[in-house]
Design a protein around this ligand. Structure first.
Ligand code: DX5
Ligand code: ZN
Length: 215
């Protein structure tokens, strides 16, 4: 299992330490949550902070944009050092254009779906995506309870991808823990984002390792 630890649950007064923890762990990438106070009722990390994280990160940055009209920020996200730019389907009127602009900017495009958004919204764009991120909670906050219907949604997306012979990865974000992770793996998830499970653990490196060894 690939693991993308979310810095949202880290101690923000020691963000550098959190990045170092991820650097020396079995994580595949670093998940950075950007919020605008409009698309979600919270505000988190901005571009100067992403740049500072990228400067010390030894793993690719997976930047989750919980913002309206993310097309406005493509060059800033790229210049801040992102490898993957994850945009919400619900926040883009012209999703096809957004995806192409992200690729043209040299990043890998990913699209996120809220729990209530059906998979069919991605049917046309799926072959062009590096990853689909399925939210396991309503976005905006860490530490929320996992929405069980996500398991079946992962399984259905797995079939959609496999039937079409695509390479698109399935990522899940929100409520990932020792109970939900094995079930998400069994349903066909490729990448798990984990905030609280990693950074509220006594040993975050071990928590990442636990998730990484789930198959
Ligand atoms: C929530 C964020 C998540 C968050 C997950 O809106 O997108 O990445 O950090 O937190 P946990 O793992 O605590 O549910
Ligand atoms: Zn996220």
């Amino acid at each position: 299992m690939e693991v993308s630890p979310s810095l949202l649950a880290a101690d923000f007064t020691r963000l550098g330490k959190a990045v170092e923890i991820i650097n020396r762990s079995e994580a595949s990438m670093i998940h950075v949550d950007v919020m605008d106070g409009m698309f979600v009722p919270n505000i988190s990390i901005g571009f100067p902070m992403i740049r500072a994280i990228a400067d010390i990160a030894e793993k690719p940055l997976d930047v989750h944009m919980m913002v309206m009209d993310p097309i406005r920020f493509i060059s800033q996200v790229r210049d801040a050092g992102a490898t993957i730019m994850n945009v919400h389907q619900e926040a883009c009127i012209h999703l096809n254009r957004v995806i192409h602009r992200i690729s043209e900017a040299g990043m890998k495009p990913a699209v996120t779906l809220n729990p209530a958004t059906p998979l069919v919204m991605l049917e046309e764009i799926l072959p062009e995506l590096e990853m689909v991120l399925l939210m396991g909670v309503n976005p905006g906050f860490g530490g929320q309870k996992f929405i069980e219907a996500t398991i079946d949604k992962v399984a259905r997306l797995r079939s959609m991808i496999d039937e079409r012979g695509l390479k698109t990865k399935i990522e899940v974000d929100g409520g990932v823990n020792i109970d939900t992770a094995p079930r998400l793996a069994a349903a066909g998830a490729d990448v798990l984002v984990a905030g609280s499970f990693v950074f509220k653990a006594e040993d975050p490196v071990a928590a990442i390792s636990t998730l990484a060894h789930i198959s």
